[in-house]
Each structure stands twice: as structure tokens, then as C-alpha cells.
Design a protein around this ligand. Structure first.
Ligand code: KG4
Ligand code: ZN
Length: 331
């Protein structure tokens, strides 16, 4: 089953062709980072307009690189939420139009479920049950993926998402946008033990809190303007990764998971990736760490999810709306 998927929930215009939910024939991602960088963050109106200009060429490129045509597709999918409404509408409307024009079923996909499926794309034999740490710019969730492929929410952030914390701290430190990769880079030259930043909710269940950490970084730097930026970045990153990994590890032990999986943009973080592999080695668990390109927003993960959803629930009606606040279907 050949799926064309479109992803336009935020600031990446992406299209991909994936066969049978596993075989990626093409995955094209056109980043708008340069457009938004001068504003220090994503400007929704600018993003929507850019998607409108970029989408058709990106879809054409995805089809061409896959060596296929609309007629050879079996499904057309798009991310319907969560995300920016103006951006989502561009992708959803286009996918529905292609679906009508080519006479192929349409499948709407939840963006976070897409991130969950990214690991499966590269690791079809992913051992279940697994604990998944889903960490992006908008979400931070700890999920148990059960043996039958269902999701159970173990915990989530009570305030800022992990990626949001990276972006806000980077902005405060003047490291620019997007913040996660900038902190990751600068932190390489710093000492992660230099400053003992707080670990929010460390011993309290599976929920996360990052807003206190962000405030603590701001207060620390205001009091000591001469501090090494690299030490601040490394210590901040260490505080985030420490909490994420400790909770995922505890959850894996509690639910009897066979592995720990990471997904979402923050899963591209080099220290988080390294730490997950380390602790899994110690605990005798499998570590599922998708490639960086599969962690950040892309359409291949949307295609894989659409394939899975179509087999389970069938097509999505063409009058189904884009939903900026869509929630992940959890147990
Ligand atoms: O999943 P994603 O591409 O978009 C959303 O669905 O939000 O995640 C974007 C987030 C941003 O907050 C970005 O700063 C963060 O992922 N991110 C990183 C890294 N690369 C991207 N955070 C930490 N380290 C990185 N290397
Ligand atoms: Zn995302």
C-alpha cells in the first residue's frame, strides 16, 4: 500500500511517499527556519503563507524522488492537528484535493501519533511493551506503548514542554532560533556539572515541570552576568535530560517495558540520545533512538501512521476538520 503524506503543522513543509508503512521511498522536508529566524520564533501568518507557496513543489519532489505518480498511490494523508491552524489548513486542504482528484482515500493523522510511529519506521521489530518519551516543542509525554500497540499516558508536563524550555532559554541567552540545536551546540564546550539547576518534580510520579528551571536559569544569569554561556547551556541541558531519562527509566522498570523509545524534536538532542542508550545498556533494555531527521517534523512518520490507522479505522471523511488542539487518543 503506497501512501503520500503531507505535514504542515508548524514550520516545516514536508511530503513523503512510504510503502506499507515501512519502506520510505522519499521524504522531503523544506524548512522555513530562515524565514522565521529574524523574528526569534515561528510567526503563524508567515508560516501559513510559506506552506502555500512551498507545498505543491514539495509534493511534486516527493513523488518524483519516489519514482511514482498520483495514479499509483493507494492513500493520501495529512496531519490534521495539533499545530497552527493556518498551517494545518494548507496541508489538509491540499491532501483532500489530491484525494478527490486522484480518487484515493484520505486519512487524517494526529501529529503526536506520527512522532510515536517514527521509531517503528526505522525499527520495525521494536519490542513491546515500550516506554516512549515524546518530547517536542509543544508536548512532553511519557507513554507506555502496550503489547497490542495501544498508548497509555503515564505522565506529561504540567507547564512548559521540554522543547519550549530549550527555545525560551536559548532566546534569553541570545543563542537565536531554533533554540534546541543552538543549546546542544554551545553546550558541547561547557561543563554540565557547573551549575546545579533544579530538577522539577523529580521524585513525584511521571509528570514533568520545566518552567521553574527556565526561571532559575534567568535568575542565575542576571545575578552573574559574567558566567560562561557554555556552562549555563550545558548545565541547563543536563537538568532537562536528567529528569527525562530518570523518569523514563523508572517507568520502564514499573511497567516491565522491554525498551525505551524517544521521539519528537528534542529527541534530536545529542546528550539525551547518548544517555538513553547508556541507561538501556545498564538496565538490559532495548534503546530505540530514531535518526535525527526522523525525530524532527517530517511526513514519513505521518505516512507510516496513516497506513496503520487506515488498516484499523478506514478512511477519514473529507469533511473532517483540521484541529489545532487535537489530542492523542490514549487509554
Ligand atoms: O517535533 P518538532 O520538530 O516540532 C514540534 O512538533 O514541536 O520539535 C521542535 C522542538 C523545538 O523546541 C526545538 O528547539 C527542539 O525540538 N529541538 C531540540 C533539538 N533539535 C530540535 N531540542 C534539544 N536539542 C536538539 N538538538
Ligand atoms: Zn513535531
Amino acid at each position: 500500500m503506497r501512501v503520500l503524506a503531507i505535514e504542515t503543522s508548524c514550520d516545516e513543509t514536508a511530503a513523503a511517499v512510504v510503502d506499507d508503512g515501512r519502506q520510505v521511498r522519499s521524504s522531503v522536508v523544506s524548512s522555513q527556519v530562515d524565514l522565521h529566524a529574524r523574528f526569534g520564533g515561528v510567526v503563524p501568518e508567515v508560516a501559513g503563507r510559506a506552506h502555500l507557496e512551498l507545498l505543491t513543489p514539495v509534493v511534486e519532489e516527493a513523488l518524483a524522488r519516489a519514482g511514482t505518480t498520483g495514479a499509483e498511490l493507494d492513500l493520501v494523508a495529512a496531519t490534521t492537528g495539533p499545530g497552527l491552524i493556518g498551517s494545518l489548513l494548507v496541508g489538509v486542504s491540499a491532501a483532500k484535493a489530491y484525494s478527490l482528484a486522484w480518487g484515493k482515500p484520505f486519512v487524517g493523522v494526529n501529529h503526536m501519533e506520527g512522532h510515536l510511529h517514527a521509531a517503528f519506521l526505522e525499527d520495525p521489530d521494536l519490542a513491546l511493551p515500550a516506554v516512549v518519551l515524546l518530547v517536542s516543542g509543544g508536548h512532553t509525554m511519557l507513554i507506555e506503548m502496550t503489547r497490542d500497540g495501544r498508548y497509555r499516558l503515564l505522565g506529561q508536563t504540567v507547564d512548559d514542554a521540554a522543547g519550549e524550555a530549550f527555545d525560551k532559554v536559548a532566546r534569553f541567552l541570545g543563542l537565536g532560533y531554533p533554540g534546541g540545536p543552538a543549546i546542544d551546540r554551545v553546550a558541547r564546550g561547557g561543563d554540565p556539572a557547573a551549575i546545579a539547576f533544579p530538577r522539577g518534580l523529580l521524585h513525584d510520579g511521571y509528570d514533568f515541570s520545566f518552567s521553574g528551571l527556565k526561571t532559575s536559569v534567568v535568575n542565575y544569569v542576571r545575578k552573574r552576568p559574567d558566567v560562561e554561556l557554555a556552562d549555563v547551556a550545558a548545565s541547563f541541558q543536563e537538568a532537562v535530560v536528567d529528569v527525562l531519562v530518570r523518569k523514563a527509566r523508572r517507568a520502564a522498570a514499573d511497567v516491565g517495558a522491554r525498551g525505551i523509545c524517544i521521539g519528537g524534536g528534542v529527541a534530536a538532542n545529542s546528550v539525551l540520545r547518548q544517555r538513553v542508550v547508556e541507561v538501556c545498556g545498564v538496565d538490559g533494555l532495548a534503546a530505540f533512538v530514531p535518526s535525527r531527521a526522523m525525530c524532527t517534523d517530517n511526513a514519513a512518520m505521518v505516512a507510516a501512521t496513516a497506513w496503520y490507522r487506515f488498516r484499523r479505522d478506514g478512511a477519514t471523511p473529507l469533511d473532517a476538520p483540521a484541529d489545532p488542539n487535537a489530542r492523542l487518543e490514549l487509554e
